[in-house]
Design a protein around this ligand. Structure first.
Ligand code: HEC
Ligand code: HEC
Ligand code: HEC
Ligand code: HEC
Ligand code: HEC
Ligand code: HEC
Ligand code: HEC
Ligand code: HEC
Ligand code: HEC
Ligand code: HEC
Ligand code: HEC
Ligand code: HEC
Ligand code: HEC
Ligand code: HEC
Length: 415
């Protein structure tokens, strides 16, 4: 608040000065200052004490004497201290503008008169650029208010309770013009929640579209470690840095900022036929693609979370068959005798173990991991060890079944 009270007193003094002292002038003894310094009071916008011809509110008094005694030319107090005689201090908040920290009001304001409002030293369009390099705020596609030179849409000139001299607002300066819905949703990105818009946007302008700080394919790696997205088996859209194929940048109504509401979102890009057939694997039917796959990448081929023998033949080890035996009992494939907890047996012979442990035949030769047009996830054909396709024809029976394939003629088992 301004101290208005002294002003009335000042006006009275000035009035007395005019009535009693002016007529006595001409001797040159104590002419009022403005008689000799006329330019100081002529202008479109005149500072109130100047308009009041109260020169000595700021200047050391001295009349003509000052022409001889340069000491008396100065103002009463240096820098901002003079202004703070009548104006509230402007250097008390969290963020204080550089010149004000240096107690320099005069870089921006003329003390007496100015052709510009608020006694500013330059026209609004050029004002900030008297000190800030215009080049730094010039972009081919600037943020609209910046391009229009409306710096004060977002900044205050003196001080602010918000860092960077940002105009204090109820929520966030950006939401004065943009929908605050970007920070509401089931999952909100941490930097958005933290109001760190500058984590991704250059607020004044950028060489990238949407004011982004980096190209869309590099943006996410400003904060997320690229190494985590460079596994031996990496999902193609991840390799290409197209995180936004699956994620939204601000918020989402689905978990993990996902773009897709459907479950499984995998089928947004992959042929849904992968999960359809006469037999469908239970986890696939349950839409749980991620029990077997790591969506970004994995150490094992085909984005698999655990090793899986992707060849026609491989000796059984717990490691090599880890994926399937993480849910299925490994004894079914290794215990050749006296194992009855599988339907693939002939009498007492466990045909599963006979093939897998006994003959190194991998699960892949008889089962598809997702779905298939035959029962028991049997594929119609597989590629054999000599690189030739093998046709499979599996016929289930109530107590057994029969298998016809290129490698052996129809064989039947019973249990
Ligand atoms: C009789 C005329 C006259 C009066 C009255 C007068 N001045 Fe001056 N003032 C001058 C002259 C002449 C100079 C010297 C100009 C120069 O050095 O270029 C000067 C110089 C100044 C300067 C220094 C200018 C500079 O460029 O450094 C200030 C400040 C100043 N006067 C303030 C005042 C104030 C305040 C008053 C009233 C209390 C006042 N003057 C009254 C004539 C006057
Ligand atoms: C609000 C305070 C204030 C008032 C009121 C004021 N001045 Fe000043 N004046 C200043 C400041 C600040 C300077 C710059 C002094 C400095 O840099 O040392 C200045 C400088 C001057 C100068 C020197 C030339 C220049 O422009 O730098 C003159 C002459 C002058 N004032 C005349 C006047 C006259 C005449 C009045 C009354 C009509 C007046 N001033 C009223 C603050 C004031
Ligand atoms: C002697 C008291 C006094 C001093 C000292 C003083 N001012 Fe003022 N200033 C006023 C008054 C009175 C007003 C008019 C306030 C109003 O209109 O609400 C004013 C208004 C202003 C305005 C607004 C002008 C407008 O057009 O609205 C600015 C800017 C300003 N002062 C800057 C300064 C600066 C910079 C200094 C220091 C160099 C300073 N003042 C020193 C009394 C003073
Ligand atoms: C970086 C430039 C800058 C500096 C430095 C600066 N001001 Fe200002 N000031 C402005 C601008 C711009 C406005 C006009 C704001 C507006 O129109 O909303 C203003 C307005 C004012 C006003 C009018 C009040 C109002 O809100 O309209 C006063 C009084 C004022 N300044 C005093 C000061 C004082 C005292 C200092 C030194 C402590 C100072 N200013 C330093 C830029 C500055
Ligand atoms: C009189 C010179 C001057 C003018 C005019 C000026 N500035 Fe500044 N500004 C500075 C200085 C000096 C700094 C401090 C620079 C630094 O710390 O590197 C600064 C810093 C800033 C900062 C950073 C504040 C912070 O907290 O880090 C912002 C924002 C800013 N200015 C905006 C503006 C805007 C907007 C305008 C126009 C309304 C403007 N400036 C006009 C001199 C000026
Ligand atoms: C849309 C709001 C907005 C507008 C308009 C705007 N700024 Fe800023 N400015 C900001 C934000 C937000 C920051 C903090 C930036 C950050 O965190 O990187 C900032 C920071 C700054 C800084 C300090 C950091 C830096 O980048 O140097 C300066 C100086 C600055 N702005 C000057 C200006 C000037 C000059 C203009 C007008 C040409 C302007 N601003 C227009 C929002 C804006
Ligand atoms: C004074 C109003 C205003 C404020 C405050 C503001 N903006 Fe904007 N912004 C606009 C306008 C106008 C556009 C261009 C029209 C549009 O796309 O909506 C825009 C566009 C954008 C764009 C898209 C740019 C493009 O090239 O399509 C982004 C990103 C953006 N603003 C981010 C921000 C951020 C971050 C903040 C807070 C620091 C912010 N804005 C504050 C007015 C504002
Ligand atoms: C993690 C990075 C990131 C953060 C943090 C971020 N944004 Fe964005 N923002 C983006 C991306 C990427 C786009 C471009 C989206 C597109 O092209 O569809 C964008 C676009 C925008 C747009 C333009 C919308 C449109 O459809 O054109 C606005 C406005 C915007 N952001 C505002 C903000 C605000 C405000 C904040 C802070 C609350 C913020 N952003 C934080 C990454 C981010
Ligand atoms: C400014 C830093 C920053 C940038 C840039 C950034 N993020 Fe984030 N992100 C974070 C932080 C912090 C977290 C929370 C901690 C964590 O999970 O690492 C997070 C978490 C996430 C999450 C997990 C959200 C959840 O609800 O579990 C996803 C998904 C994500 N970010 C995707 C992205 C994408 C896609 C991009 C590029 C468009 C991106 N991030 C760019 C900082 C950032
Ligand atoms: C093919 C779709 C897809 C792509 C492309 C994708 N993500 Fe994800 N992301 C997901 C899914 C699905 C989840 C949820 C995983 C979960 O909840 O188990 C997720 C989770 C996340 C998480 C949080 C959990 C975690 O794993 O840390 C972050 C962070 C993340 N993604 C960042 C990224 C980044 C960065 C990129 C680009 C390099 C990216 N994502 C590309 C689908 C994708
Ligand atoms: C945004 C589109 C998209 C989404 C969503 C998507 N993928 Fe992919 N995926 C691709 C593309 C493109 C390829 C490479 C071409 C191909 O093999 O079809 C690929 C390849 C794969 C591969 C083969 C990897 C290899 O090394 O050969 C697997 C496995 C895979 N995706 C699983 C998934 C799973 C699981 C999900 C859901 C969590 C998913 N994908 C979601 C686009 C997507
Ligand atoms: C039980 C584990 C498991 C589940 C659940 C699973 N997959 Fe797979 N997926 C695999 C295995 C194993 C492979 C490697 C098959 C091969 O090449 O032998 C694979 C391969 C793939 C491939 C690459 C196909 C190719 O021909 O290269 C895609 C795409 C894929 N899966 C998508 C999905 C989708 C989408 C889901 C969910 C609907 C899903 N997977 C669920 C185990 C699984
Ligand atoms: C996440 C757990 C899980 C993993 C990993 C898993 N399965 Fe399954 N599988 C199941 C469940 C649950 C069933 C249904 C109950 C049952 O028959 O045991 C099933 C059933 C089957 C069936 C019988 C299908 C039918 O139509 O009756 C076959 C064949 C099969 N799985 C093969 C595999 C193969 C091969 C692997 C390795 C690629 C594998 N499974 C990995 C959970 C899993
Ligand atoms: C030589 C072909 C063959 C191989 C190799 C094979 N299976 Fe099977 N599997 C079958 C047949 C045939 C059935 C159907 C038995 C029935 O229902 O009559 C079956 C059934 C299953 C079932 C249903 C439950 C059961 O045991 O009856 C699961 C689970 C299964 N297999 C998992 C696997 C896993 C895991 C592997 C690799 C470790 C594997 N299979 C290797 C032929 C094979």
């Amino acid at each position: 608040m301004l101290m208005k009270a002294p002003q009335t007193a000042i006006r009275a003094v000035v009035l007395m000065f005019c009535v009693f002292l002016l007529p006595a002038m001409g001797t040159g003894a104590d002419k009022p200052c403005y008689m000799c310094h006329k330019s100081k009071i002529v202008g479109t916008y005149v500072h109130a004490p100047v308009a009041d011809k109260d020169c000595v509110a700021c200047h050391k008094s001295g009349g003509n004497a000052h022409q001889k005694n340069k000491e008396l030319n100065g103002v009463k107090k240096p820098g901002a201290a003079l202004c703070y005689d009548c104006h509230d201090p402007l250097n008390e908040q969290k963020s204080v503008h550089g010149p004000i920290k240096n107690n320099d009001c005069s870089g921006c304001h003329a003390p007496h008169v100015s052709p510009y409002k608020k006694l500013l030293r330059a026209a609004p369009a050029d004002f900030c650029f008297t000190c800030h390099e215009r080049q730094k705020f010039t972009w081919p596609a600037p943020h609209e208010p910046v391009g229009a030179g409306r710096c004060t849409d977002c900044h205050v000139p003196h001080q602010s309770t918000v860092a960077n001299l940002i105009k204090p607002t109820k929520e966030l300066i950006c939401y004065e013009c943009h929908d605050s819905g970007i920070s509401k949703g089931k999952s909100v990105h941490v930097p958005v929640f933290d109001k760190d818009c500058s984590g991704c946007h250059n607020v004044h302008g950028s060489d990238h579209k949407k004011l982004l700080k980096a190209s869309p394919t590099e943006l996410c790696f400003l904060c997320h470690d690229k190494k985590n997205y460079q596994k031996p088996s990496t999902h193609e859209p991840v390799i290409a840095g197209r995180c936004s194929d699956c994620h939204l940048p601000h918020q989402s109504d689905t978990r993990s900022l996902l773009k897709f509401k459907t479950k499984p979102m995998c089928l947004e890009c992959h042929d849904p036929k992968i999960a359809q057939g006469v037999s469908v694997h239970m986890p696939v039917r349950a839409c749980e693609c991620d029990v077997c796959h790591d969506v970004h990448g994995a150490d094992t081929g085909k984005l698999l979370k655990m090793p899986y023998a992707m060849v026609p033949e491989a000796p059984y080890t717990d490691t090599a068959y880890a994926l399937c035996v993480s849910c299925h009992d490994k004894a079914a494939y290794t215990q050749e005798e006296n194992y009855t907890d599988t339907r693939f047996r002939d009498g007492k012979t466990n045909l599963h173990a006979l093939h897998v442990k006994g003959a190194n035949v991998t699960c892949r030769m008889c089962h598809n991991p997702h779905a298939s047009p035959q029962a028991k996830l049997f594929p119609e054909s597989v590629i054999g060890k000599d690189n030739m396709p093998i046709m499979l024809n599996f016929t289930p029976d109530i107590r057994g079944g029969s298998c016809k394939m290129t490698c052996h003629s129809a064989k039947t088992y019973k249990h």
